[in-house]
Design a protein around this ligand. Structure first.
Ligand code: BGP
Length: 486
């Protein structure tokens, strides 16, 4: 195996999101969020959004993996693995329970202070997402989520609180998790906080009317303005702050060499990746946006001054998630189902149990695309494989597939570094088993640490080191040089 070329200060770590790991959904003054109203689903049945918390259903975020109360134990395990950084998120509704409150909830503020201090004490630098699928429910119901411009000011109040309270403790921030999901129904719900008319959390609803799409793209526009103002505010409060965008990285290949399939792939790359990245990384909408809006009947106003704000708030770096690649075709319809599935499956790739095409080279391809286009440093803040796993009688978990998946993707990152792409760090999804965002299942496991819990909140929630825990420990201690099996 060739020598790794990871920089000395490379940030190895792991990632989670508050709504998926914390639990304690109604403790210490926390408000309800959109995800707190999403039921457990699976790959055949989409999650549902219910108006009230209905005892007939289970709501996986209400339990997460109990990290709210067990964070000290988890962070000690991360230190044992050698994490340099922990990518986690603050739950917006712990700080501003209704989103439009004038004063923050002190218990929420103090909880995260303890959490960040604990990370620092264990030699781990926090990388913090400001919002990861946690729009306060009140903002969804009362204001229509991000489709209402007033939410920009509520978010800025929240951002100011975070930058001020955690000054010195946190300097690496991500604004909106996977903002680009906002171009389809899934993100319209989980990121933009728009309650779906049929109450189903699906990837994309082909029956969406132009007015609904217009609302969706207006919501995204408001998020862009909020993101740009947040970047400016963060720099003003502490010039040491580094603020990144966070994209779901989509690699699309043409299904065939037919020119119309090549154009379809280009179009998918544009919409899924560059619509948002151009705004956040170049400070302007892509040149093809007008035609895209026209062709799809999308119409919304851009108030005076917004485009100037957007220009002033270019991010410092690009962070992104990467799990899979898909194909595009001008003729076939794409495969969409309950979970986070999209695109046309690539016949050349093996798929995970949830139907995601495993493609390490797609990561290298994407990293080169992103860097060529924006010339900003990259951080891979999510990458991993969801698997069914069982704990053996001796307490061991043999997750060989995860080890192979991560090894091949780390090799792809190393290749991209050798290509000349500057990379800050790599935080696989997920540091520990947590509930899936797409399907709400606990049994779709991603972690280095096994959590004894099922989809419905049963179990001891005790932690067990998987084989990948020991493997990743060695990867980090050799700075990516030793990737061999254990
Ligand atoms: C990303 C989200 C994460 C995470 C991950 C895996 O899109 O940012 O929150 O959940 O995907 O997806 P899933 O949980 O649906 O398997």
């Amino acid at each position: 195996m060739k020598k790794a070329k990871f920089p000395k200060d490379f940030l190895w770590g792991g990632a989670v999101a508050a709504t998926q790991c914390e639990g304690a959904w109604n403790r210490d003054g926390k408000g309800e969020t959109m995800l707190d109203h999403c039921t457990t689903g699976n790959k055949e049945h989409p999650r549902m959004v219910t108006d009230t918390i209905d005892s007939r259903y289970s709501y996986p975020t209400h339990n997460g993996c109990h990290q709210y109360e067990r964070f000290e134990e988890d962070i000690a395990l991360y230190e044992e693995m050698g994490f340099k950084t922990y990518r986690l998120s603050i739950n917006w509704a712990r700080i501003y329970p209704n989103g439009d409150d004038l004063e923050p909830n002190r218990a929420g503020v103090e909880h995260y202070r303890k959490l960040f201090e604990c990370c620092r004490e264990h030699g781990i630098e926090p990388t913090v997402t400001m919002t990861h699928y946690d729009m306060p429910w009140n903002l969804c119901v009362k204001y229509g989520g991000w489709s209402n411009r007033r939410v920009i000011d509520f978010f800025l109040r929240y951002a100011r609180t975070l930058f001020t309270e955690y000054k010195g403790l946190v300097t690496r921030w991500l604004t909106f998790n996977e903002i680009n999901f906002g171009t389809v129904t899934y993100g319209e719900i989980v990121t933009s906080g728009i309650i779906p008319k049929n109450r189903q959390v699906v990837m994309d609803d082909p029956s969406a009317a132009p007015e609904e799409k217009s609302k969706r793209f207006l919501a995204l526009h408001n998020e862009f303005v909020a993101s740009a103002k947040t970047v400016q505010l963060g720099h003003e409060i502490d010039p040491k702050n580094q603020i990144g965008c966070m994209q779901c990285g989509f690699t699309y290949y043409p299904l065939t060499s037919k020119p119309e399939d090549v154009l379809a792939a280009q179009h998918d790359m544009e919409i899924w990746n560059y619509y948002c990245m151009d705004v956040q990384c170049k400070g302007k909408y892509p040149y093809w946006a007008k035609r895209f809006w026209e062709d799809n009947g999308i119409c919304f106003d851009i108030p005076k001054g917004d485009l100037e704000e957007i220009k002033k708030g270019i991010v410092d770096f690009i962070s992104f998630s990467y799990y899979k690649s898909d194909c595009s075709t001008a003729t076939g319809s794409s495969k969409q189902n309950s979970g986070t599935n999209f695109g046309f499956p690539n016949p050349n790739l093996k798929q995970t149990a949830w139907g995601w095409g495993i493609d390490p080279q797609g990561l290298r391809y994407l990293m080169n695309e992103f860097y060529a286009r924006y010339e900003l440093p990259l951080m891979i803040v999510e990458n991993g494989i969801g698997e069914f796993e069982t704990k053996e009688a001796d307490g061991r978990i043999h997750d060989q597939n995860r080890i192979h998946y991560l090894r091949d993707h780390i090799l792809a990152v190393r290749d991209a570094i050798r290509d000349g792409v500057p990379v800050i760090g790599y935080t696989p999804w997920s540091a520990i088993d947590i509930v899936s965002a797409g399907t709400g299942e606990m049994k779709k496991r991603y972690g280095f640490i096994y959590v004894d819990a099922d989809d419905f909140g049963n179990g001891s929630y005790n932690r067990y080191r998987k084989d990948s825990f020991y493997w990743y420990q060695r990867v980090i201690s050799t700075n990516g040089e030793d990737l061999s099996d254990i």
